[in-house]
Design a protein around this ligand. Structure first.
Ligand code: SF4
Length: 197
């Protein structure tokens, strides 16, 4: 039996989650990390309160030609067993596919890369600061592995960093930029911290 997606929510129309496209955004439930500035803490743990994936597919069918893209966000989409099948399904309907990820699971990321048209990757900090932010020991390794896969793929993307003055001071941002240069990446897009909703 094919795995489905577990969703914590959905935004039917967005102009800011996929560059240059009108997109629906589905928020996958669950994330293995626990960043203190997370603005979707209700998606980290707890019961899924979003629509069923089958109801989203039905809705997407009647929006064909009116919407350009579907973005899988979270939470963390790459930890969902049903992600690959869901990407196949929306591509078969003619939608562009976007992924927002923190790079928690590079193995899954590698398998879904051929099914993606655009990726927004959060790189949270220089490597030595990673665990302090994510609460997960060794979390820099999967994030950097995901970054390297993304850079090697040539896929259109945005690499971004949430800037919180307490958790990521200017010296850490400078260090991050140096680490990114070493792997051939430009400085990340800085997005200011937003309080949890
Ligand atoms: S990786 Fe993203 S969704 Fe997960 S806790 Fe951190 S900010 Fe929240």
């Amino acid at each position: 039996m094919l795995e489905s997606l577990t969703l914590g929510g959905m935004v039917p129309f967005s102009t800011v989650d996929y560059p240059g496209a009108l997109a629906a955004v589905v928020f996958c439930q669950g994330c293995p990390w626990s960043c203190p500035y997370c603005h979707n803490t209700h998606l980290q743990t707890g019961p899924a309160e979003g629509p069923t994936w089958s109801s989203v597919l039905t809705w997407l069918k009647i929006r064909q030609g009116l919407l350009d893209a579907v973005v899988f966000s979270g939470g963390e989409p790459t930890v969902q067993p049903g992600l690959r099948e869901a990407l196949h399904q929306v591509r078969a309907m003619g939608y562009l596919t976007g992924l927002h990820t923190a790079g928690c699971d590079p193995k899954t990321f590698g398998t879904v890369l051929p099914l993606l048209d655009w990726v927004g990757l959060d790189i949270k900090a220089p490597r030595t600061d990673y665990d302090r932010i994510t609460g997960q020991p060794g979390s820099d390794a999967p994030a950097w592995e995901t970054l390297n896969l993304l850079l090697a793929s040539g896929l259109p993307h945005q690499i971004r960093t949430t800037v919180h003055p307490e958790w990521l001071p200017p010296a850490s941002l400078d260090k991050l930029d140096q680490e990114l240069l070493k792997v051939g990446a430009s400085p990340t897009f800085r997005q200011p911290f937003r309080p949890p909703v």
